[in-house]
Design a binder for this molecule. Structure first.
Ligand SMILES: [Zn+2]
Length: 137
């Protein structure tokens, strides 16, 4: 990973097939992996009804909304916001409050079985970038 942005990853899966997979931009705060993966999937095959977005970190408000407007109604993440530095998020707002206001139900699932493996990646990255943490999302 070049630059200082956290190397988050995201995958869009539909009907058992990987439609897109992306990592975050190397530029802090720009192009989260989640939004990039959804955008790439949308460019390939339009509205993503029935697709699932898998992400390492609990998605932020922006990425959750991007996924919703692309037709995705299920997001699976490994690490909840509360288990990582608040520096990874631009707001402390609870995403669930926003999701509750959407017209259609959106299911956001914390898959705890993936958490130890993803958390290990996060901690390794943090140890290598401990002086950069104020600029990451
Ligand atoms: Zn995001």
């Amino acid at each position: 990973m070049n630059g200082r942005n956290f190397p988050a990853g995201a995958v869009v899966v539909k009907d058992g097939e990987v439609i897109s997979s992306e990592i975050s931009s190397p530029y802090p705060g720009l192009f989260h992996a989640d939004s990039k993966a959804v955008s790439t999937a949308f460019q390939k095959s339009g509205v993503q009804k029935g697709a699932i977005l898998y992400v390492g970190l609990e998605p932020c408000l922006m990425c959750t909304s991007v996924a919703y407007w692309a037709g995705i109604r299920r997001i699976v993440f490994a690490i909840p916001k509360s288990n990582v530095s608040s520096n990874y998020y631009e707001t402390h707002n609870d995403t669930h409050n926003v999701v509750a206001a959407f017209n259609e139900y959106m299911n956001i699932v914390h898959l705890k079985s993936l958490e130890p493996e993803v958390l290990e990646v996060v901690r390794k990255w943090e140890n290598n970038h401990s002086t950069d943490l104020s600029s990451v999302i």
